[in-house]
Design a protein around this ligand. Sequence first.
Ligand SMILES: Nc1ncnc2c1ncn2[C@@H]1O[C@H](COP(=O)(O)OP(=O)(O)OP(=O)(O)O)[C@@H](O)[C@H]1O
Length: 326
Amino acid sequence: MSTPAVEVTGVGRVFGRGRDQVTALRDVSFQVAEGQIVGLLGSNGAGKTTLTKILATLLEPSTGSARVFGHDVRRELRTVRRLTGVVFGGDRGFYGALSGRENLRYFAMLAGVGRRAIRDKVDGALTDVGLAEAARRPVETYSKGMRQRLHIALGLVAEPRLLLLDEPTVGLDPVEAERLRGTVARLRDTGVSILLTSHYLLDIERLADRVLILSRGTVTMDTTAAEFARSAGFAATVTVRGRGPVPQQLGASGAALDDVEEQGGVWTVRLRVPEWGGATFDRLGAALTGLDVLAVDVAPVRLEDVYATVMDRMSAADGSTPTGTR
Ligand SMILES: Nc1ncnc2c1ncn2[C@@H]1O[C@H](COP(=O)(O)OP(=O)(O)OP(=O)(O)O)[C@@H](O)[C@H]1O
């Protein structure tokens, strides 16, 4: 087996001392296999940024060890930095007065990229992220989305083997966010390993192979994206609208009744379907026979529903109130 891209073993991180002491991470262990995209989820203050910063060598762990492709983040800082690209959401980094192209050349040089590679790759990377036309404009004239894409372009030039993305789509409009996701997906196709933190579940849904949930500094869930999606306990929501008396037999379709509404002689029934397959479809069809159905709408389970269900279960188990993920 190849060396994991990330290997975190028993990592703890404490800030401050005495009464002001905050434990941001405690005994965190997980791995990211080479070429995998792992989505890191958790409420505000769960420790996601602290973990990202440790892997980016911007913070040291208080206990335990973290390795990037087998290199210790504390002892082999330079090697880890060379292997790792970091994109923090928001407007951090870059010189406003310099053009996108100049910034890219400068930061690629800092990341240890050779002159020749810089010459060969900068223009291609700017084109790949859709910034070719704006390349000579000062970065202070760029929108947030453009700056984020410039960060990704740096990722392309520096060719990191591990990319740490901390809320890469924060503050972007939906079109820009989608564009950025597309760029990250293309990067993934080049085989780069990615640890992606985001409050936007669409990012995770579109990009992640695996999901880690951090809660109060510890990993409370580590599972495949498919398994995570199943943990809501239902595969799809079916909404049926019809006329006449509210039907009683829809529960017999094998789906769980979620909600029933009636207004002006038109009823709406929402069902949660545990599995989506031919058998469910047949049963549902039979249950709908004879009803005056106006519309049937099927929506696959959204990661937002899953996350809400999982966090509700966790908070019911330990009495805490989850917050923060949109
Ligand atoms: N430099 C610091 N000094 C003191 N406490 C800190 C520091 N950095 C983080 N913390 C604390 O550590 C905990 C974890 O913070 P962290 O920023 O890692 O969480 P997060 O999961 O990234 O949250 P968010 O989703 O809000 O960005 C929080 O309680 C935070 O207040």
